[in-house]
Design a protein around this ligand. Sequence first.
Ligand code: HEC
Length: 157
Amino acid sequence: MPRLAGQTTEYFENQLRAFVERRRETHIAIVMSRVHGLSPEMRTALAAHFTDLNPKPFGSAERKLVATGKAIYEEGAPDANVPACSACHGPEAEGSGPIPRLAGQLYPYTTKELANWSKERGQDAANPDTSAIMKPIAHSLTKSQIEAVAAYLSYME
Ligand code: HEC
């Protein structure tokens, strides 16, 4: 389950629409059944509610991965052609518009998303979306790079 607190309103709404239009998959049936029942006005109201929340990060990932994760976040992995995450997600991982906030995101969620990118997102080839921007990046990261950057993000405020 993702942390929704502090998420940008545009990204939040985009993702709810992606679930409704079946561009984004989830194996958690309750998410699908609930999201389908929301009107566009309710989606906007929920997005506005969550963006204003700012709890402390839950953390809990392995601390020893954090330094490597910070380096990937700020500098990318040039050998693997991975750009710095901060270039899009912002120096504090706060996100902007269609680019999500990553700060304080839960470790299990971030690792799951990055490892399963193309199984969950961009599921309607006839209707490409913003998930295509992250696709080559998610594919280029190794498992240990994913774990390191996810650990770093889980502690960011
Ligand atoms: C070129 C801009 C760009 C760069 C660089 C970038 N991202 Fe992204 N990222 C995006 C966009 C746009 C999305 C939203 C995709 C969507 O709409 O499905 C995203 C989404 C994500 C998500 C999903 C978040 C969620 O709440 O579901 C994660 C995780 C993520 N990025 C991690 C990273 C990491 C880690 C890096 C660095 C290795 C990185 N990104 C670099 C643009 C970028």
